[in-house]
Design a binder for this molecule. Structure first.
Ligand SMILES: NC(=O)c1ccc[n+]([C@@H]2O[C@H](COP(=O)([O-])OP(=O)(O)OC[C@H]3O[C@@H](n4cnc5c(N)ncnc54)[C@H](OP(=O)(O)O)[C@@H]3O)[C@@H](O)[C@H]2O)c1
Length: 269
């Protein structure tokens, strides 16, 4: 009975992981959500799901106690083990995403934004990983996945002149290094750590016009340097490919930052 815990499952890629994994009645799926009560789509899916193999558990990346309680809840249900942890949650957008590093009029606001991205996307991932590590150690598959982003790649940033969203991008670069640190520490124990770039995935909310304009702009910018770029994909396709990779990845690739097909995310997109 493989068991999976996924963070950030109220919507987007996280919710799609929950839906896809719970299709298999042999899986036990723990859907971690920042605010379980308000995760309407997730709760509706879990309540009406025929296999009853998905559990909603609250876990807020910004709250250490909430993360530790989540790991304890999962451990009680599984008898102290977990096969795969997928750190998917992230703070992504906010109203100042368009500001570059030198565009803040108030340096204190720059501090605030950078620290809040670091708190949620880096420390949140580290606290979650630490809380679940004892369960993963006791599990059979022993995999800890962190969904990061090509925006965390220095090469991609320079090639595409992607100067927006510095706090988010830098938090993803830091997460890639956290993966490398864990991988170096736990390779001998056989625990695989992997950073996955999920592709450009259509999860943004808003009117069709707004959403299309947003992804058109991203695609144009990326294609200016990488003409063969596939474009924006659906959450379903991204999750299908990521799960194929998660299932086949072995300890030899631990610590890597890869695209969802397993290729080196620093070398190609
Ligand atoms: N979409 C893309 O094109 C893309 C590209 C590259 C990488 N990624 C990465 O893929 C992952 C999923 O992206 P997405 O597009 O599905 O994002 P999304 O639609 O914005 O969903 C983000 C999820 O993270 C949760 N979250 C935010 N703050 C949290 C916190 N403090 N504690 C716990 N959960 C929190 C959100 O919960 P609430 O609903 O409660 O806020 C939501 O469930 C992220 O790590 C993102 O960086 C996405």
């Amino acid at each position: 009975m493989p068991s999976y815990a996924i963070t950030g499952t109220s919507r987007g890629i996280g919710l799609t992981f929950v839906k896809t994994l719970s299709e298999n009645p042999a899986n036990t799926v723990f859907a971690l959500a920042r605010n379980a009560a308000s995760a309407k789509n997730l709760n509706e899916f879990v309540a009406s799901h025929k296999h009853k193999n998905a559990h909603v558990v609250e876990s807020d990346n910004d709250n250490i106690e909430s993360i530790q309680n989540a790991a304890e809840t999962v451990g009680k249900i599984t008898g102290g083990k977990l096969d795969v942890l997928i750190n998917n949650s992230a703070r992504m957008f906010h109203e100042r995403n368009e500001l570059t590093l030198d565009a803040y009029e108030d340096p204190h606001l720059l501090d605030h934004d950078m620290l809040s991205f670091f708190k949620t996307n880096v420390l949140g991932v580290i606290h979650t990983t630490n809380a679940f590590l004892p369960l993963i150690r006791a599990g059979e598959m022993k995999k800890c996945i962190i969904i990061t982003s090509t925006l965390g790649s220095p090469r991609f940033t320079v090639d595409t002149k992607f100067i927006r969203a510095p706090g988010y991008s830098m938090s993803k670069a830091a997460s890639n290094l956290a993966v490398a640190k864990y991988a170096a520490q736990y390779k001998e124990e056989g625990i695989v750590f992997l950073s996955i770039s999920p592709g450009l995935v259509r999860t943004k909310s808003g009117s069709k016009e707004e959403v299309d304009a947003f992804y058109d702009l991203q695609e144009k910018q990326i294609r200016s340097m990488y003409p063969k770029f596939e474009g924006a994909i659906t959450p379903e396709q991204s999750v299908r490919d990521q799960l194929d990779l998660i299932h086949r990845v072995s300890i030899e690739q631990t610590g890597s930052f890869v695209n969802r097909d397993g290729t080196d995310a620093e070398a190609e997109i």
